[in-house]
Ligand binder design. Structure first.
Ligand SMILES: NC(=O)c1ccc[n+]([C@@H]2O[C@H](COP(=O)([O-])OP(=O)(O)OC[C@H]3O[C@@H](n4cnc5c(N)ncnc54)[C@H](O)[C@@H]3O)[C@@H](O)[C@H]2O)c1
Length: 310
């Protein structure tokens, strides 16, 4: 068994590679950069390339059973600034990738979609997979569009696929300098002895999932054999909502330094509450999250401290 992880040197990708190797699965990583935070793993084949380069992608998909597609060029917060770029660099290049996977006879394609943006403003929480999808950012629209193309490629070319609509992952190797990922950014500020910035009153609620639980879910998605009409799209979260204020309180319990908080105006892109219903994944993927919030934040903090941020 061999897996290709496109975007395998990023936050979710490096955890996924660890879990695949731990299960004795051979791994090839395709990414445009080496990992910033992790040494190459023994036995893993690393290809540096851009998934916009069709020749490189065509070579990368040869001889693999599973393809995990994690590379993405945009973020929810910034995608509305240039939707044309979002569509060109994600939708079009992913369609090309799907064609290459069909040509290479790939057994299973796993796409990492977004539980946080696909649904838009939730009509109810927790959100089930069949909840209406009305994204309020381009990133959510392109993720949804790719899900629809997967359905098309399954229908026309029998490509087997699963979609993981991941909530808010946190944990080791979450970029503390990113524009997304509250836990990682907060811990980065604390490590630098800077105040945390919370948008709005801190009462927006999110579903936070520990990174290795999310990685295990992706493997369960690859393993899952769908019946012809069975579901292929799964919410992957903890199923539990925490406000940003509760996250800050949990961080305070974990870290051994003072935590200062500044509040700035709320952002337009942030919906008030997003918590995923994960019953379908529990039932069909036989997966469930194992690591509670405080334990996960402790591991993330230990890792963040090891960076010696200034
Ligand atoms: N982190 C989150 O909060 C979150 C939540 C839900 C879904 N996702 C999705 O999960 C996936 C992985 O996210 P992440 O947090 O690990 O991001 P990340 O930025 O840490 O990793 C993405 C990796 O993809 C690589 N990449 C980007 N564009 C590429 C290209 N054109 N060619 C080759 N490699 C390229 C990057 O170099 C990086 O190593 C993305 O699709 C993202 O949209 C992330």
């Amino acid at each position: 068994m061999k897996a290709l992880v496109i975007g395998g040197n990023g936050f979710i990708g490096t955890a996924l590679v660890d879990q695949l190797i731990g299960r004795g699965i051979k791994v090839r990583v395709f990414d445009r950069y080496p990992s910033r935070y992790k040494e190459p793993v023994d036995g893993v084949e690393y290809l540096i390339g851009d998934f916009a380069n069709h020749g490189e992608v065509s070579q990368a998909v040869q001889g693999v059973d599973w393809v995990f597609h994690l590379a993405y060029t945009t973020l929810p917060e910034t995608s509305n600034e240039d939707p044309v770029y979002d569509v060109r660099s994600n939708v079009i290049d992913t369609i090309q990738l799907l064609q290459e996977c069909c040509n290479a006879g790939v057994d299973k394609f796993v796409f990492v979609s977004s539980g946080g943006t696909i649904y838009g403003v939730p009509q109810c929480v927790p959100i089930k997979e069949e909840h209406p999808t009305e994204p309020i950012c381009s990133y959510g629209i392109t993720k949804l569009t790719i899900e629809k193309y997967l359905h098309l490629f399954h229908h026309t070319k029998k490509l087997e696929y699963s979609v993981a609509r991941i909530a808010n992952p946190y944990g080791e190797r979450q970029n503390p300098n990113s524009k997304q990922g509250a836990v990682g950014v907060f811990l980065g500020c604390i490590a630098r002895k800077q105040p945390i910035t919370v948008f709005g009153d801190g009462e927006i609620v999110r579903d936070f999932i520990y990174i290795y639980d999310a990685a295990d879910a992706l493997i369960a998605c690859a393993d899952y054999v769908a019946s012809e009409k069975g579901p292929r799209v799964f919410n992957i979260g903890s199923g539990v909502g925490y406000s940003l204020n509760q996250i800050v309180d949990t961080i305070r319990n974990v870290v051994d330094v003072e935590v200062k908080v500044n509040h700035t105006p709320a952002r337009q892109v942030d919906v008030k509450s997003n918590v995923l219903d994960i019953e379908l994944a529990r039932k069909l993927l036989k997966w469930e999250p194992k690591v509670d919030l405080e334990t996960g934040i402790k591991r993330a903090w230990d890792w963040t401290k090891s960076l010696s941020l200034v």
